[in-house]
Design a protein around this ligand. Sequence first.
Ligand code: IPM
Ligand code: MG
Length: 362
Amino acid sequence: MKIAVLPGDGIGTEIVAEAVKVLDVLDLKFELESALVGGAAYEAHGHPLPEATLKLAKESDAVLFGAVGDWKYDKLDRPLRPEQAILGLRKNLGLFANFRPAICYEQLVDASSLKPELIAGLDILIIRELTGDIYFGQPRGRRTATDGHFPGAEEAFDTMRYSRPEVERIARVAFEAARKRSKRVTSVDKANVLETFQFWKDIVTEVGKEYPDVELDHMYVDNAAMQLVKAPKKFDVVVTGNMFGDILSDEAAMLTGSIGMLPSASLNSSNQGLYEPSHGSAPDIAGKGVANPLATILSAAMMLRFSLNQPEAADRIESAVKHVLASGLRTGDIWSEGTKRVGTREMGDAVVAAITKKTITG
Ligand code: IPM
Ligand code: MG
């Protein structure tokens, strides 16, 4: 089993180091190989996704990814910006199915800005299509308008598009996932306005007929954004397009109190996957040793379960994380009165200790 380790920028290097530490104590035989990605790769090689990094990712069973991006690269031409690395990996590896669970840990109910009764026990799964939609649709660019409200003016445009097979395969991923949970899927669209999403809705409905045991409902994205804060526990599996999924998954993440807790998986059709925390590179706290490594550690658990066929090792990591939270250790993002504030490294050490069954201090 080969894992490509791509820490990236900002807090990426700190949090990935903790996840690697956890993988190292599992007594499994992995080959880990690291490479630069994002701004770090741009600095060293002039490109956010160098050939060698892409090659390593392609020939690995899984990619453990930290985060990319920093404000200082905002002025670069778009193809050279750090974000292009993650988009390039998704595209080149065909990682079309993005799993973003939003789970509210019992111990962290108070960390959410929502009332505890709304989010206690929350466990929803957002499945975001990741290689289509307006993110990748061609054509796109800038030109002089020939019609619209201001003919002759400078304009910019992107293309929202989905093909039938793209919608069918993500719909199947959602229905299959729902079968392993509470058998409910909410498909989120904007069929009242957009042709692309009327098409989406029609196809999801068709595929749904193959899954009579799964209950399917449809919701417009604006309403879904509202329902997510009004009554989030009404959702179970949510399936949506790339753009809506980007927005709704950040919203869902914050329901749980801390985006610092949420892992994610992006899979292709052969179960090769990229695993990354749902949060970004947080340049404001980079290098300070205060970032929460748990989302990355939990991403490593997802990697073991989905791509490396090691469900027991995944369970061990997840129980260790729960144990550490129960013992009262918190990084700054999830700290509350009566708990013990620790740094990135101490949090990683505590997870390692819980796995190896040593006593946890604090
Ligand atoms: C995410 C991020 C990315 C996205 C950016 C960094 C390109 O926001 O993974 O949600 O928009 O998909
Ligand atoms: Mg996002």
